[in-house]
Design a binder for this molecule. Structure first.
Ligand SMILES: Cc1cc2nc3c(=O)[nH]c(=O)nc-3n(C[C@H](O)[C@H](O)[C@H](O)COP(=O)(O)O)c2cc1C
Length: 258
């Protein structure tokens, strides 16, 4: 199994790296693992310059696309991805945020299906918010495991270490098991996301042509999978409630339509 760890700390030998090594050790106990570690500090990813071209016109229109594509090749080659970020002011580090912004188009047009993601936040206060940001970092692969690892820049009680270790083993095992199972059944939330973006891409075709081209050729879901009748009915009902509530975000021609 191939695992790619994407590290968000500017400190290559910091706590996040220690945590990643413990995860690697546990994965090796469970089976054969080929681990690749990518420190964003070494990649030198350009920060997004805000042209919106990747989302509007297509990811190939990003002025810095080559460096992002090199990174995406490594994601493509992995079965599992571990995203690790220290908590900085109760959020991800700047390096990780730059990565997330560069991958923003995948929130509109997901890819990397079938891959499993483990997200790890290390720090103290606000790790839940750091995890919130990591959860939507890459659109497409399934986030199967989350770890909030308490690691402060000072010594803490032995009990904290024991709790961390237990949580790390549990989260790593969940990640490993999901990679082995290779289950590709979408959650209801992901199915709803598909329905929402497909519908929105019609309404906003003039403003988001790349989304329109992507969703226009898709029918039931992002990939070939059977969606049950109950799920489809429930999604249709949820869409009927949600879409009018989101009217404020829809493109407007300047005239109220009946
Ligand atoms: C700029 C900066 C902001 C930080 N913000 C927080 C914070 O909001 N809450 C917290 O508990 N720790 C905070 N920390 C501490 C780090 O999250 C913590 O030491 C982390 O484990 C460092 O990980 P690393 O060694 O992998 O870089 C901050 C550290 C830095 C450098």
């Amino acid at each position: 199994m191939k695992v790619l760890a994407i590290m968000g700390s500017p400190r290559r030998n910091g706590t996040g790296t220690e945590v990643m090594k413990m995860i690697e050790r546990r994965l090796r106990e469970r089976g054969e693992v080929e681990m690749e570690v990518l420190h964003l500090a070494d990649v030198g990813l350009q920060p997004c310059r805000g042209c919106f071209s990747c989302i509007k016109l297509g990811e190939d229109r990003c002025p810095f696309r080559e460096e992002r594509e090199a990174l995406e090749k490594r994601i493509e080659a992995a079965d599992g991805i571990i995203l690790v970020s220290p908590g900085y002011v109760q959020n991800v580090s700047g390096l990780m945020k730059d990565f997330i912004d560069r991958m923003a188009y995948t929130n509109h047009r997901p890819r990397f299906f079938g891959k499993k993601v483990m997200i790890v936040a290390n720090g103290g206060a606000g790790l839940d918010r750091t995890l919130d940001a990591l959860r939507i970092a890459i659109g497409g692969p399934e986030v199967v495991s989350e770890l909030a690892y308490l690691a402060l820049p000072w010594p803490t009680r032995p009990r904290t270490g024991e709790k961390n270790e237990k949580a790390l083993l549990r989260a790593t095992d969940r990640f490993h098991d999901a990679m082995v199972r290779k289950d590709m059944r979408p959650s209801f939330g992901n199915y709803m996301r598909f329905r929402f973006f497909k519908s929105a891409s019609e309404a906003a075709r003039e403003w988001l042509p790349a989304d329109h081209a992507y969703y226009h050729r898709l029918d039931g879901y992002y990939y070939d999978v059977k969606i049950g009748v109950g799920t489809r009915l429930m999604a249709a009902a949820s869409m009927a409630i949600a879409m009018p509530l989101m009217r404020g975000m829809a493109p407007w021609s300047g005239e109220d339509r009946p």
